[in-house]
Write a protein that binds this ligand. Structure first.
Ligand SMILES: Nc1ncnc2c1ncn2[C@@H]1O[C@H](COP(=O)(O)OP(=O)(O)OP(=O)(O)O)[C@@H](O)[C@H]1O
Ligand SMILES: [Mg+2]
Length: 258
């Protein structure tokens, strides 16, 4: 264990004109830690995630990422090429809709292999073997390797998107409602799978969800957002079992009533 965070976020805000996306968000993320970001629709979860993953530039505030060489780099001062390199190698991004994170008209194997080639792998046999291995890790049969994801079910597509993201051995994965569009039974299985992978790989992750059960299952720590601001944060079990902010109490009790 290192005694330095992987990501340091300070006073991050994003405004869309006069509308608040997220405001004054500050936290550290530690290596191997899963942080859940919860809150109702419009509370700023996606805005925050997109700022952190540099898909969106914040209006103010800073975020520093500890690179593999141990040096912290200020994300919003990096050049475009360097940010893209981070996204291809050290980071993953799992979209709610798998079609946004996959290439739907190339094979499942190529979807996984492509990420390896992007980090410099050139040996076809090795790439294919790694793709097969990753498909099996996400419970996709080897005989589907040449099929295009548009021929897959929603759950399979999401598992493929996860394989595509994890194959390069990222240290940090951003997920926006990773189980959002799926049937309840498929959700449960995917969550199990995700939890196993995150634990095995020692991944750090920031998971946006409006589902407190997802937060409970995947995360060690959580932040509750309302109107763009963090209203409560802490260890997941503590926040869910003993919520302190009135808004969190409401959120927890309304979920229990469902
Ligand atoms: N491109 C945009 N232009 C203007 N306002 C935006 C834009 N994107 C988001 N917003 C506003 O910013 C606020 C936060 O939205 P955001 O999408 O981050 O919320 P969210 O928590 O992800 O919601 P959901 O659970 O519905 O996905 C909302 O008031 C939203 O209307
Ligand atoms: Mg959202």
């Amino acid at each position: 264990m290192t005694d330095e965070p992987l990501l340091r976020v300070s006073a991050l805000s994003k405004f869309y004109g006069s509308r608040v996306g997220c405001e004054n968000v500050t936290f550290d993320l530690w290596p191997g830690e899963v942080l859940a970001v919860v809150g109702e629709s419009g509370s700023g979860k996606t805005t925050l995630l997109n700022c952190l993953s540099t898909r969106l530039l914040p209006s103010s505030g800073t975020a520093s990422y500890r690179m593999r060489d141990g040096q912290f780099r200020e994300l919003y001062r990096m050049g475009e090429a360097e940010r893209r390199f981070l996204m291809r190698t050290d980071w993953g991004f799992v979209h709610q809709n798998p079609a946004d994170g996959l290439r739907m008209t190339v094979s499942a194997g190529a979807n996984v292999g492509e990420r390896l080639m992007a980090v410099g792998d050139r040996h076809y046999g090795k790439i294919r073997a790694t793709a097969v291995d990753w498909l099996s890790r996400v419970e996709i049969d080897e005989d589907r390797i040449d099929d295009e994801p548009r021929a897959f079910s929603g759950g399979m597509r999401q598992r493929l998107q996860i394989a595509r993201n994890l194959v390069t051995g990222p240290r940090l994965v951003f997920m926006d409602e990773p189980t959002g569009g799926l049937d309840v039974s498929v959700q449960a299985r995917l969550l199990d799978l995700l939890r196993g992978l995150v634990t095995d790989l020692g991944l750090a992750a920031i998971v946006v969800t409006h589902d407190l059960a997802v937060a409970r299952l995947l995360s060690q720590r959580m932040m509750v957002m309302k109107d763009g601001r963090v209203v409560e944060s802490g260890l997941t079990d503590r926040v869910l079992d003993d919520p302190r902010a009135p808004y969190t109490q409401l959120l927890v009790s309304s979920i229990l009533q469902v």
